[in-house]
Design a protein around this ligand. Structure first.
Ligand code: NOJ
Ligand code: CA
Length: 548
């Protein structure tokens, strides 16, 4: 049989690396969950000063930007996603002066700072809501979503809250219900009201004027709800072990056409400032997700792409979803990939420690901006939380279904000391028992550790225009192997990832092997090797090969 290359699919993406040197396209975004990153004052809760003290670690890792989950004043019903003041800092995290210092010191190191912005809902403790709930005639009544009871006195419609129960809370003082997509302590703001938009824009400017480099906007697809408040239809696929929110298909309570005007307004505001980024948190199917780039790309720069979090861990499946995503992107829309965050299970637990290395190489070699969740670079796993230590309100509301998010929010493991270098007090969530071995200090010294792998991958991505700016071309592979080319100018890199437990082989002859050389293996032991015509992959091994 004649060896011949499979029919060539078209490469996707702009091949010219120098055409578009934009930081949020080329660099790695590192998510910090501030409660759990570094505690500077022994109260067991991470804080801004703690982040500042760890900036040199982030510089060493060579990430481009940090995104910090909310740090605003808050009763912490949802750990900061219930904001009581959009223009302040929660005392538990520090002060505005400490924030300014953090931004200044990050910038001095060339690190960008992205804030989490939570415009869909405030806390019930926010003065706006306090004023809104006083009377039906309050000037701020329409800033939130108030409705009369249904004829039977029950909630106005069947919408459900994300953390369990009805999304409507009855307020006896005025005899109406208010809507909350999340906790009752998180009333939704009414983004159809222009005053709300103005107030929120002012809050965004407050931070942009202080020098922040952009926002990750919380649940951006929720901002506008159906004007008629129609019932959501039942979800025929729902199973009793699933979250109660999934009983219904959320077609009327979120992702309404008018939301794109709201996003475009935010984008226009962002564009008044040079070099800033607008990221949207969006959990939607692919074709709806990409709509958030906006008409003429006037929406979010990066609608977060969470597909790797939910994909079955098999090479054909991931190959398919990458292809579908690449095909769905609007012309000029820049891709991005997220492997984990504070709402999801840890990648190392989802796929196991061996495949976590493959996941690292995948995240850092795909076309588009990678977002890395703190601790994934040291292979942190979900941590079992004893019932009396549970913090997450979702777990408290719907216990035992595995919905709780605490296991992926445990303190960062810096060293082998009793508080893992995170705190000298009692940590707010239990430390992982593996922190004595799995910590930054130990793994940074180990030339074969997952941390060394992440650092090398990030460095490789920075060095190689083919990786941070090049085109993407799928390569046909046998077995459970995902292979693709990244190309820029004359440079061609082949990435081959073995998602399975069996050794695999990839025929390099169709791709030109004259000077093929391994740049990096996930096992960190094949650098410089000339692979020959057949590239051998050990179980759970990924390699990056320079072809020319
Ligand atoms: C998404 C955030 O990531 C999550 O942590 C939070 O609970 C909800 N939005 C509500 O703000
Ligand atoms: Ca603290």
């Amino acid at each position: 049989m004649v060896d011949r290359p499979p029919p060539a699919p078209a490469a996707t993406g702009r091949p010219d690396p120098d055409a578009d040197p934009v930081w949020w396209k080329h660099g790695v975004i590192y998510q910090i969950y501030p409660r759990s990153f570094m505690d500077s004052n022994a109260d067991g809760i991470g804080d801004l000063e703690g982040i500042r003290r760890r900036l040199d670690y982030l510089l060493w890792l060579r990430v481009e930007a940090i995104w910090i989950s909310p740090i605003y004043p808050s009763p912490m019903a949802d750990f900061g996603y219930d904001v009581a003041d959009y223009c302040g800092i929660a005392p538990i995290f520090g002060t505005l002066a400490e924030f300014d210092r953090l931004v200044a010191e990050a910038h001095a190191r060339g690190l960008k700072v992205i804030l989490d912005f939570v415009p869909n809902h405030s806390s019930t403790a926010h003065p706006w809501f306090q004023e809104s709930r006083v009377s039906r005639n309050s000037p701020k009544r329409d800033w939130y979503i108030w409705r009369d009871p249904a004829p039977d006195g029950g909630p106005p419609n069947n919408w459900l809250a994300n953390f369990g129960g009805s999304a409507w809370e009855y307020d006896a003082a005025t005899g109406q219900y208010y809507y909350h997509a999340f906790l009752p302590e998180q009333p939704d703001l009414n983004w159809r009201n222009p005053e709300v938009r103005r107030a929120m824009h002012a809050a965004m400017r407050f931070w942009l004027d202080r020098g922040v480099d952009g926002f990750r906007v919380d649940v951006i697809w929720h901002l506008i709800k159906d004007e008629q408040f129609r019932d959501n239809p039942p979800n025929p696929a729902w199973q009793p072990h699933q979250a109660s929110i999934d009983r219904l298909l959320q077609i009327h309570s979120a992702d309404q056409p008018e939301v794109h005007d709201v996003v475009a307004e935010m984008r226009s505001l962002i564009d008044e400032y040079p070099d800033r980024v607008l990221i949207g948190e969006i959990y939607l199917p692919m074709e709806r997700l990409v709509a958030y780039y906006g008409p003429d790309l006037r929406g979010a720069h990066l609608p977060f792409n969470f597909q790797l979090i939910f994909a079955a861990w098999s090479a054909p499946q991931i190959a398919r979803l990458v292809q579908e995503y690449e095909a769905a992107l609007p012309e000029g829309g820049w891709p991005n990939w997220v492997m984990g965050n504070h709402d999801q299970k840890r990648i190392a637990s989802r796929v196991g420690p061996a495949q976590a290395r493959v996941a690292a190489m995948l995240l850092l070699t795909l076309r588009g901006t990678p977002t890395l969740y703190y601790g994934d670079e040291i292979g942190m796993e979900n941590v079992a939380i004893p019932p009396d230590c549970v913090q997450d309100p979702w777990e408290k509301n719907e216990p035992g279904l595995g919905l709780g998010r605490d296991p992926a929010r445990t303190p960062m493991q810096w060293d082998a000391s009793p508080g893992a270098g995170f705190t000298t007090g009692t940590p707010w969530l239990p430390l992982s028992p593996d922190h004595r071995e799995r910590n930054v200090e130990a793994l940074a010294r180990d030339p074969r550790s997952i941390l060394t792998l992440y650092r090398r991958l990030i460095a490789l991505r920075r060095e190689q225009p083919a990786l941070h700016a090049g085109s993407y071309l799928p390569v046909a592979a046998e077995g459970n192997v995902l292979a693709f080319l990244r190309c820029a100018g004359a440079a061609r890199l082949l990435i081959a990832l073995n998602f399975g437990q069996a050794p695999q082989c990839l025929d390099l002859r169709p791709h030109g092997i004259a000077s093929a050389r391994i740049l990096l293996s996930t096992a960190l032991d094949r650098e410089g090797e000339a692979p020959g015509p057949m590239l051998h992959l050990r179980p759970a091994e990924g390699v990056a090969v320079a072809l020319e």
